[in-house]
Design a binder for this molecule. Structure first.
Ligand code: COA
Length: 387
């Protein structure tokens, strides 16, 4: 029985910053951001978009094409949690009008959260083959104004339906996992922005990739040349480029070119949206599906990394007809709808969004009709509305 990804939806908020503008404002050479970091734009979430609303909007991309009564599990991965106790997934369940019998909760391990959710969903569907599962990763990457991490911010969500006989990616058995208790990136309870040791984090990410990729190949008796694409968690696209360079070291020209081309395709959305933490690897997958032109059956290797730190490598095969399940034109239109902010406007939006709204004061969204948004709190209860 094959289990895997049957639907995938991306949402990103309606504002962005151009990296050339940011470089000028921070007295940096634009090529440092464009080439050295590998980012062109970053989406910015205003006060009306949070992990919940973005997760609803990502799922809305396919909810009308699924049988909602079959959804038995809804798992939400985030490191931009909106409550210390109540799961973000319960707000989503209400907005999507899922049945009360659904099992639903939130998981956390930095950017590994959506992979954790996906693996839980895969096992759930194996045991309950007549049911399906929705998994959501949704995050706002905030490092702070004028910090080294500022250029690696972003906001967005990926939602996926997991089921038997999937239409997009059939997941293969087996995985290689590796974890260590380290402090490369974290966000303590008293901080709205992440703390990061960027250089250390990069080194650990590459070490974890090397280890899990090699372990996986050994366990499955595979060689690098057997993969048609390798995709990565992308906190910024240069990070994935560094991992991909390690992957193609000592490979023949054909394998190197194949894996370089597929990496190029997989990084395009990230380059324009920025870091969306839990959902970043799966935005790489969507980008590969939309721009990679890969034939059905292609073997895709996926490297997931969550700081703190947890790494995992696994793989899947593209299902015939997967192209029918994606909509690159609509995704491009979603990026094109974004309003470009001046740096002063971005700083204002950023600082406002860091604060909790005054309880009882309703927030309104300036996004398109149909978009779900956070409308403020009433009696300290979060309100979500559709425009
Ligand atoms: N043209 C082209 N490249 C340039 C350049 C220019 N004018 N100026 C600098 N660069 C390159 C540097 O050579 C470097 O490349 P390298 O990584 O291949 O060596 C790159 O740009 C970054 O420069 P650096 O000086 O290292 O940048 P920084 O000190 O500002 O920090 C990060 C960069 C990525 C470490 C920082 O943005 C960060 O901490 N981000 C968060 C990382 C994160 O999210 N980690 C956790 C999740 S896994």
């Amino acid at each position: 029985m094959q289990v895997g990804i049957d639907k995938i939806g991306l949402f990103t908020p309606n504002k962005y910053v151009d990296m050339v503008d940011l470089a000028h404002a921070r007295n940096q050479d634009p090529n440092k951001f464009l080439i050295g970091i590998g980012q062109s734009e970053m989406s910015v979430a205003d006060q009306t978009q949070d992990a919940v609303s973005m997760g609803i909007n990502a799922t809305m991309k396919y909810i009308d094409r699924i049988d909602k009564d079959k959804v038995g599990l809804l798992v939400f991965g985030t490191e931009s949690g909106i409550d210390q106790s109540k799961s973000a997934s319960l707000f989503v369940k209400t907005a999507l009008k899922l049945k009360p019998e659904v099992r639903t909760f939130e998981v956390k391990e930095a950017c590994f959260g959506l992979t954790a959710a996906l693996m839980i969903a895969r096992d759930f569907v194996r045991v309950h083959p007549h049911q399906t599962a929705i998994v959501i990763g949704s995050d706002i990457a905030r490092y702070g104004i004028n910090t080294p991490g500022e250029v690696t911010q972003g906001a967005g969500s990926i939602s996926m339906l997991i089921k038997t006989d999937p239409s997009i990616l059939a997941l293969n058995d087996g995985h290689s996992a590796y974890s260590e208790d380290i402090n490369d990136f974290w966000r303590p309870n008293d901080s709205r922005v992440a703390m990061v040791d960027g250089k250390y984090s990069t080194q650990v990410y590459l070490d974890f990739f090397t280890k899990t990729f090699n372990d996986y190949k050994k366990e499955k008796n595979l060689a690098t040349k057997d993969f048609d694409a390798l995709i990565y968690h992308l906190p910024f696209t240069k990070m994935g480029l560094k991992a991909n360079r390690i992957a193609v070291e000592d490979q023949d020209e054909k394998t190197t070119e194949k894996l370089q081309n597929s990496f190029e395709a997989s990084k395009q959305l990230s380059r324009h949206v920025g870091n969306i933490y839990t959902a970043s690897l799966y935005m790489s997958l969507l980008s590969l599906l939309e721009k990679g032109n890969l034939p059905a059956g292609s073997l895709v290797g996926l490297f997931s990394y969550g700081s703190g730190a947890m790494g995992e490598f696994y793989s899947g095969n593209l299902v015939p007809g997967y192209e029918k399940e994606i909509n690159p034109v609509a995704d491009q239109a979603m990026l094109d709808r974004r309003q470009k902010l001046t740096i002063a406007e971005y700083e204002d939006v950023f600082n406002t969004a860091l604060k909790d709204p005054v309880d009882g004061k309703e927030l309104t969204s300036d996004d398109a009709a149909g978009t779900w948004y956070f409308a403020g709190t009433q009696g300290h209860i979060r309100q979500y509305k559709q425009k």
